[in-house]
Design a protein around this ligand. Structure first.
Ligand code: ADP
Length: 483
């Protein structure tokens, strides 16, 4: 099985979000399953630097409406084969992959990702400019959304396509006059094509024409078929429901392992949970929290964004302090939320610690040192921290949405008795519901034996990429009709 994995970012070379983590980990896991996956990336400066001064030029070719491009060959740092589109006028610029340094979108993103989509399609056709042919083209998010559409329009023999949605909130919307710039004909500018409320949507192009669609958790696959999480595409997604599958992302088990983590003061495992206390002491010290016996520390590591439901926490955190409970909060993002959390910490010294910024090392200490972890997200396609937390013996209080529902088992008395409960879910995204779940967690924390069971059940769960890779591999077989 040969698969071309087309993506606009891949860790560790270029990362803005979860797509990069998946692109950095899933192909390697698939290769362990025996699938010959190769990554296709645009030639951003960081990618070209990684390839070195004299990269191998595999081919140079003309792309309809988009000019001449070269395809370079290399490998990701972990050895996964890599193809890179060299087009310095489109990709070799300072700033982010989608935005200038000042945060504004690059004005030619239609051409930049039109080219990525078009080259992905060309490499998946019989007329490909290179010898290696994929059996499946695996596209990711709107940046590659036009690839399945180009294949359908060309009508020549080509690989079947799988399209993965990492976050439906980002859709690649451009004005109608982008069409000729991307090389698409005007007759796709209709409701059944790429037209979306008078604009064009790259994402819609992919969702209309890919053979199969996946998203990053089974529950999110259901949620996006309805308002409000369908973001205007719920009709199309429910029409395609039989081709839509949710596959929960994995996590990097080597980086997130409490038994070997170099970023925490005391390493521990499922049979040495008492050692976690030393990490709690270190976290309290860093966050300026009082050392009080029997009071659990609730941790958060998050982008400060509406999606993450932090306003729900702000509305009930002062009541939560009386449970009693302390808070250790690490995050950055929207300035109003940053202010609100700074103020909160100033009003409750010793009980609420807040660190504004992006701090990888501190995020590990929060996972290891907190007693419980809080994720009040309004929506969460998959989410990572709830999986890290369970692995670190830090039960999660979370809104039952998206991948959070799929990866946390609510610790009802029955589930705890059965050794299955791993966290505390609440169903309405409201402050009282969050407060009630924090109350349940505080009560469970007071019951030493029950708490240990919950911790151990979480630590025993398999969140490996290998489990996810097996699911993708079986979809590749399904879409190619391979037994
Ligand atoms: P999203 O991609 O929507 O931000 P995820 O849960 O999928 O949410 O992934 C977020 C990742 O970024 C996690 O690994 C989390 O630990 C990390 N992260 C978020 N904010 C910070 C921060 N301020 N400092 C360190 N790591 C952070």
């Amino acid at each position: 099985m040969q698969v071309l994995f087309a993506t606009s970012e891949a860790a560790p070379l270029v990362k803005t979000g979860g797509l990069a983590d998946v692109s950095g980990a899933l192909p390697a896991a698939l290769r362990r399953e025996g699938v010959d996956v190769r990554i296709l990336l645009p030639g951003y400066p960081a990618v070209l630097r990684h390839l070195g001064g004299q990269p191998i030029v595999l081919a140079e070719f003309d792309v309809p409406m988009l000019g001449r491009a070269a395809l370079l060959e290399g490998a990701m740092p972990d050895g996964v084969p890599l193809y890179v589109i060299a087009r310095d006028d489109l990709y070799a610029r300072d700033g982010g992959p989608y935005q200038r340094a000042d945060g504004a979108d690059w004005p030619d993103n239609d051409r930049r990702f039109g080219l990525l989509s078009r080259v992905a399609a060309m490499l998946s056709q019989e007329s490909s400019p290179i010898a290696w042919r994929p059996d499946v083209l695996h596209c990711n998010d709107w940046q590659t959304g036009l690839a399945p559409l180009f294949l359908q329009l060309d009508g020549t023999r080509h690989a079947p396509t799988l399209f993965t949605i990492h976050n439906l909130a980002y859709q690649g919307i451009f004005p109608a006059d982008s069409l000729p710039r991307t090389g698409l004909p005007w007759d796709v500018f209709r409701m059944e094509g790429v037209e979306f409320f008078g604009n064009i949507s790259f994402l819609k192009g992919g969702l209309q024409t890919a053979d199969r669609i996946t998203t990053v958790s089974p529950n999110y696959a259901r949620e996006i078929q309805h308002e409000p999480l369908g973001f205007g595409l719920q009709g199309l997604l429910s029409w395609r429901a039989k081709d839509l599958t949710g596959i929960l992302n994995g996590i990097d088990l080597a980086t997130w392992d409490p038994g070997t983590d170099p970023l925490i003061p005391r390493r521990y495992g499922v049979d040495s949970l008492l050692r976690k206390d030393a990490n709690r002491s270190a976290l309290r010290e860093v966050m300026g929290l009082q050392a009080v016996k029997g009071v659990p520390v609730a941790g958060l590591v998050t982008r400060f964004a509406h999606q993450k439901g932090l306003d729900l926490l702000l509305a009930c955190v002062e009541q939560a302090l009386t449970l009693p409970m302390q808070f250790a909060i690490l995050g950055s993002g929207e300035p109003t939320l940053e202010h609100a959390f700074r103020d909160l910490a100033a009003r409750h010294p010793g009980r609420i610690g807040v660190r504004i910024g992006f701090d990888e090392a501190l995020s590990h200490l929060v996972e290891a040192g907190a007693d419980l972890f809080v994720m009040p997200s309004r929506f969460e396609p998959c989410g990572l921290n709830q999986m890290y937390s369970q692995r670190y013996g830090t039960p999660v209080v979370a809104h039952a949405t998206g991948g959070l529902s799929d990866s946390i088992v609510d610790a009802t008395p029955e589930a705890v008795a059965a050794g299955e409960g791993t966290g505390f879910l609440f169903h309405e995204p409201t402050p009282p519901a969050l407060l009630a779940a924090l109350g349940r967690a505080a009560a469970a924390f007071g019951d030493r034996r029950a708490w240990r069971r919950i911790q151990r059940s979480g630590m025993a769960r398999d969140f490996s990429w290998d489990a996810a890779a097996r699911r993708y591999a079986s979809l590749y077989r399904a879409v190619t009709g391979t037994p």
